[in-house]
Ligand binder design. Structure first.
Ligand SMILES: NC(=O)c1ccc[n+]([C@@H]2O[C@H](COP(=O)([O-])OP(=O)(O)OC[C@H]3O[C@@H](n4cnc5c(N)ncnc54)[C@H](O)[C@@H]3O)[C@@H](O)[C@H]2O)c1
Length: 147
C-alpha cells in the first residue's frame, strides 16, 4: 500500500492524528468539527494564552462556549500545544494561520512559512482567502499539496 492509501485508511479508521496549526477563528472550529467526527486532533498555536485557555477548558472565541471546549478536551481526542517540536506527531496537517494581504493585495505567506517545517509524508492543506478582485470578492479557497 502506498503512503497515500495508508494515510486515507488511517483517516477513515479514525487512527490518524490531525494537526491543526493556528487555533483562531478558523482553526478552533475546525478542531471542534474533527473531534465531533471522532478524529484525534492536535492543535498547535504560537500564542500560549490560547493553549492555556484550552487546557483550562475556557473559550476565547465568542461563538464557541466554554462547554464546547470542555467537551473537546474531555473527549480525550483533543489536545493543544505551542510546542512546535510536536509538529512531527500528526499524520495530516491543516494550516489556518493569518494570510494578510500585502500592498499588492497578495497574501503574505510569512506566517505559513513560520509554521514549517512539516514532515515530508504529511499532507498540508492550506486554507486561504481569495480576495483578489479578479478572482473573487469573498470566497474561501482550499489547495492541497503533498510535500
Ligand atoms: N476568519 C474568517 O472568517 C476566515 C474565512 C475564510 C478564510 N480565512 C483564512 O483562514 C486563515 C486563518 O484565519 P483566522 O481568521 O483563523 O486567523 P486568526 O488570526 O483568528 O488565527 C490565526 C492563529 O494562528 C496563530 N499563528 C500565527 N502564526 C503561527 C505559527 N507560525 N504557528 C502556529 N500558529 C500560528 C495565531 O496565534 C492565531 O491564533 C487565514 O488565511 C484567513 O484568511 C479566514
Amino acid at each position: 500500500m502506498n503512503e497515500i492509501n495508508e494515510l486515507l485508511s488511517k483517516i477513515e479508521s479514525r487512527d490518524a492524528v490531525i494537526g491543526i496549526i493556528g487555533l483562531g477563528y478558523v482553526g478552533l472550529p475546525l478542531c471542534r468539527e474533527f473531534v465531533r467526527g471522532g478524529a484525534k486532533v492536535l492543535g498547535i498555536d504560537v500564542d500560549p494564552r490560547k493553549i492555556e485557555a484550552i487546557q483550562a477548558k475556557k473559550t476565547y472565541i465568542e461563538h464557541i462556549p466554554d462547554e464546547t471546549i470542555a467537551e473537546m478536551v474531555d473527549s480525550g481526542l483533543f489536545s493543544a500545544t505551542s510546542d512546535l517540536d510536536r509538529l512531527n506527531e500528526p499524520d495530516a496537517i491543516l494550516i489556518a494561520v493569518p494570510t494578510p494581504l500585502n500592498k499588492m493585495r497578495e497574501p503574505d505567506l510569512s506566517y505559513v512559512e513560520g509554521s514549517m517545517p512539516i514532515r515530508l509524508t504529511q499532507v498540508c492543506v492550506f486554507l486561504y482567502k481569495l480576495m483578489h478582485d479578479e478572482l473573487s470578492s469573498n470566497s474561501a479557497g482550499v489547495s492541497a499539496t503533498l510535500s
